[in-house]
Design a protein around this ligand. Structure first.
Ligand code: R5P
Length: 263
């Protein structure tokens, strides 16, 4: 791997722990003003000091984020669909590599929809983006999207998706946690991070999700709604960080969360 690519990845995955807590705030690209992200700046700013990277679109980056931040950026560069449209899988590339370089990002992210009508199109999008990324030293984060079909999140399907992304040359992959998650991480030769998915019923559920994913081989989380839709987002991300970077147990994270909530 070339120096520039390695250097960017070292800003995303902490070299001292080998782990990462990324804040996902790209949801508006197909969901519009999703709850608690109506004013991105207000939601994101308090969480920045605790985020190892920020995943978002160029629109929110340019309009809502100060250019003097230290936090590395993962730029979402796929889209072209919406939650009210016909088919969430019909994505194309929405920002070019020149834009990514202009915005000084550490990685670009693109969704693939394997097993859908647009499988071929989104895998070719990924391959083209990886070619461009290789040319300029920009890592590609492949996102194994399931659209509205959340029930697809099982180890057989997700291990197939992650492995295909790695085979096509992605440097990083984001997927969902599932039962038998080790099957996904063990058969994927690139670092795997998990999405949080829709907000879980309890904070404890989110801590357990992060804990189990780390124990079963994920290098970290790229989490959104389970952090910023929480009543106490800063306490929540700090507790998640303890799990990811300090190997805290679910109980320890939950105790930390409870004590931080009171402050
Ligand atoms: C979804 O398409 C986006 O890429 C999100 O970044 C991703 O799902 C992670 O956010 P959440 O933890 O809210 O699922």
């Amino acid at each position: 791997m070339d120096w520039g690519m390695k250097n960017r990845i070292s800003k995303l995955i902490r070299p001292d722990t080998g782990r990462a807590v990324w804040l996902a705030v790209d949801h508006g690209y197909f969901l519009g003003p999703v709850s608690k992200l109506e004013q991105p700046k207000k939601t994101i700013e308090p969480l920045l000091p605790y985020s190892d990277a920020l995943m978002l679109t160029r629109g929110v980056l340019r309009n809502c984020i100060d250019a003097n931040i230290d936090t590395p950026v993962i730029l979402r560069v796929s889209g072209g669909n919406s939650i009210v449209g016909k088919d969430l899988s019909n994505e194309g590339i929405t920002a070019c590599m020149e834009e990514a370089i202009r915005l000084n990002v550490c990685a670009v992210a693109l969704s693939v929809y394997i097993g859908t009508a647009h499988e071929h199109q989104t895998l070719i999008n990924l391959s083209r983006l990886i070619d461009e990324g290789q040319r300029y030293g920009i890592p590609v984060l492949a996102v194994t999207a399931v659209g509205k079909e959340l029930e697809k999140r099982d180890a057989r399907y997700l291990s197939l998706c992650c492995r295909i992304c790695a085979e096509l040359g992605a440097q990083l992959v984001k997927t969902y946690y599932c039962d038998n998650f080790e099957k996904v991480t063990k058969s994927c030769p690139i670092p795997v991070v998990i999405a949080g998915g829709p907000k879980l019923d309890t904070d404890m559920d989110a801590f357990k999700l992060a804990y189990d994913a780390i124990q079963e081989g994920a290098v970290g989380v790229d989490m959104g709604r389970n952090i910023w839709q929480s009543e106490f987002p800063v306490a929540k991300i700090k507790a998640i960080r303890a799990i990811v970077h300090e190997n805290a147990s679910v109980k320890k994270a939950s105790d930390l969360f409870s004590s931080l909530k009171k402050k």
